[in-house]
Design a protein around this ligand. Structure first.
Ligand SMILES: O=C(O)CCC(=O)C(=O)O
Length: 283
């Protein structure tokens, strides 16, 4: 039986910035989700940049985790912290191959940490907020542990309370983004658990010193009022930026009618906004 309640999840994310939510995927189901994500990555070897595999927009081509995205503690916490009308903004499979982070080729230098906050607090991106940003929760990041997460295989580091800092080591605030922070915690947990945090929390992957890949899903939750149009191919905001940059990003892939229909009913409302064919028509 899951241990962490919805109330506890809300309290911890609100005040400490993060919470480990246990058994979002039941122990007897997690291996099949992990195997599915690994098989998806094996079929797309181009998803690897060095020892990190990144499956962007994964819900469009691997729905193995869809039965769990409406988990009452994740969506309940998102609703309580961000406001009603929750949507899933981004889904990404992340695979840290054995050896990830253990040599300088992954980071271009000291590879011990890669501290950052997530979009829209990811300083330096065109669509990021300026720092110091206001003290407002806007986006929830959840990292789904499809492998047991341990200090040996690169479990994620977080800095508790850093969501209130108004800035992160991507800004010039006296922290070296590649070095350990005194108050950091490495958030270990059993496969099937989810590390949920305010996207402002400073976090970093660790080093995978084990002989197995560390398999993760990143699922991000946003309130109805948070602007996602720049992520959605086909919408004007996305198309204008794609033309300017000469590049079509694939962080979100529109869901075909078939892909949308094959989602569990509980998940569909969270993805309604990326259903293909909902373009703005002339009046
Ligand atoms: O893989 C990890 O442990 C961290 C992932 C991360 O930093 C991110 O998705 O923003």
């Amino acid at each position: 039986m899951p241990q962490v309640t919805l109330e506890e999840t809300i309290r911890r994310i609100r005040y400490e910035g993060w919470c480990l939510v246990d058994e979002v995927i039941p122990p007897d189901q997690v291996a099949s989700v992990r195997d599915s994500v690994l098989a998806t990555a094996a079929a797309r070897p181009q998803c690897y940049e060095g020892e990190r595999g990144c499956l962007r927009g994964i819900i469009a081509y691997d729905q193995s985790f869809a039965p769990y995205v409406a988990d009452q503690r994740l969506v309940g916490a998102a609703q309580a912290i961000l406001g009603g009308g929750i949507r899933i903004s981004l889904t990404t499979g992340i695979i840290l191959a054995p050896g990830f982070g253990t040599d300088d080729s992954d980071s271009g230098g000291d590879s011990s940490r890669g501290w950052h906050s997530d979009w829209p607090f990811s300083l330096g991106q065109t669509s990021a907020l300026l720092a110091p940003y206001g003290d407002l929760p806007i986006h929830l990041t959840t990292l789904w542990m499809l492998s047991d997460f341990s200090s040996d295989n690169g479990s994620t580091y977080v800095v508790p309370g850093s969501h209130r800092a108004g800035n992160n080591p991507g800004g010039d605030i006296g922290y070296d983004g590649t070095k350990p922070v005194d108050s950091e915690i490495q958030a270990t947990g059993k496969a099937g658990s989810v590390l949920a945090f305010d996207s402002r929390v400073w976090h970093s992957a660790g080093q995978n010193r084990s002989s197995e890949p560390r398999v993760t899903l990143a699922v991000r939750y946003a309130p109805w009022w948070f602007n996602l149009t720049g992520l959605l191919p086909g919408l004007a905001d996305y198309e204008v930026e794609a033309e300017e940059r000469g590049e079509r990003t694939d962080d979100v892939l529109p869901l075909s009618d078939e892909a949308f229909a094959s989602l569990p009913a509980s998940a569909q409302p969270l993805f309604e906004h990326i259903r293909a064919g909902r373009e703005v028509l002339p009046g």
